[in-house]
Design a protein. Structure first.
Lengths: 259, 74
């Protein structure tokens, strides 16, 4: 069972998640042909320092950077490098996390470098839609399996494969908390959702098959068939009124917020 | 940052004892212990298992003392 956060704790989650998404906005603008992936990593780290936040990924299980940059067939966990430059037509997954007052924010998006093919654009659009289909399920009375089911239905309905080897997760005072949130599976199963739970929902969709492999660096996950892959992630709190995307202002009337 | 999925784990083992209700005691090859496993064949039908048979067992991290026989090996 995931830890239920109080209203005060959710405010801290909100600050962390907002900073992550603002930093992703900066990175999205910097993701132009010729930028190295290491440069993006620096921008992220500097912005965190400016706001007094700590990077969440740096040092996590030995991860060497602030940001994960996963280009084209790379699914997730791409390590920034001075040698890797973005090219026109790339799709680039940017995954970022920070710690504010002990609370973690975690979010990702896949962005286009210059002009990309319509196939790539459709993959990215579908992945974002699948994320929102999952978020829609974040209500008390639903279960974790309902989230994965909604994501899978949306993705497979449009002909994409859902990555199974990596999953979303609870989030709070550590980056990965219970429960795991797979992006697939039957509805109505797994943990019950209760107000105060915070989940990082993160569909990873492949244009080809679902299988992924991890490269020799121990981190970078790529599609086994080298087809394009996209990844979107938001941290969401379950409230008694429905989902609260933690990087956005509280969407319900303040006086009815749960304790 | 996604987390590596913590899902079912597949391990090989050898059937040591036949128990009631289509249960078997299986000695796992990677650890020196036995677990009780329900025998659910993937194809639907029951397959005949005898002590000494080499099998593939599916375990869930929540309860590593029980599992499911997926199929017979070799």
């Amino acid at each position: 069972m995931s830890v239920q956060k109080s209203w005060v704790e959710l405010q801290k989650m909100h600050r962390a998640c907002t900073l992550v998404v603002e930093t992703l906005d900066l990175l999205e603008r910097a993701a132009v042909p010729g930028t190295t992936t290491k440069e993006l990593d620096r921008i992220a780290l500097e912005n965190f320092k400016k706001h007094g936040a700590k990077p969440a990924f740096l040092g996590y299980r030995g991860y060497p950077a602030t940001l994960c940059v996963s280009i084209n067939e790379e699914v997730v966990h791409g390590i920034p490098s001075e040698r890797r430059k973005l090219k026109e037509g790339d799709i680039v997954g940017l995954d970022l996390g920070c710690v504010v007052e002990g609370f973690f924010g975690d979010s990702a998006r896949t962005v286009a470098v210059g002009k990309v093919s319509t196939d790539a654009q459709r993959l990215m659009d579908t992945t974002r839609e699948a994320l929102f289909a999952g978020i829609e399920m974040c209500r008390p009375g639903k279960r974790v399996g309902d989230i994965g089911h909604a994501v899978q239905r949306h993705a497979e309905g449009r002909g994409y494969a859902v990555v199974r080897d990596f999953v979303g997760h609870g989030i709070g005072t550590s980056l990965h908390e219970e429960p795991q949130v797979p992006n697939y599976g039957p509805a109505g199963r797994r943990e019950r959702l209760v107000p105060g739970m915070c989940l990082a929902i993160e569909p990873m969709l492949n244009m080809g098959r679902a299988e992924v492999e991890v490269l020799k660096d121990g981190w970078t996950a790529v599609t086994e068939d080298r087809s394009l892959s996209a990844h979107f992630e938001l941290s969401v709190a379950v409230t008694e009124h429905g989902p609260w995307i933690l990087s956005e202002p509280y969407p319900y009337a303040r006086e009815v917020a749960h304790a | 940052m996604p987390e590596a999925a913590r899902e079912l784990i597949e391990v090989g083992g050898i059937v040591r004892e036949s128990l009631p209700n289509a249960l078997f005691r299986v000695e796992l090859e990677n650890e020196k212990r036995s677990v009780a496993v329900a025998h659910v064949a993937g194809g639907g039908g029951l397959l005949r298992l005898l002590p000494g048979d080499n099998v593939l067992v599916e375990l869930h991290p929540y309860d590593m003392t029980r599992g499911r026989i997926v199929r017979k090996r070799g």
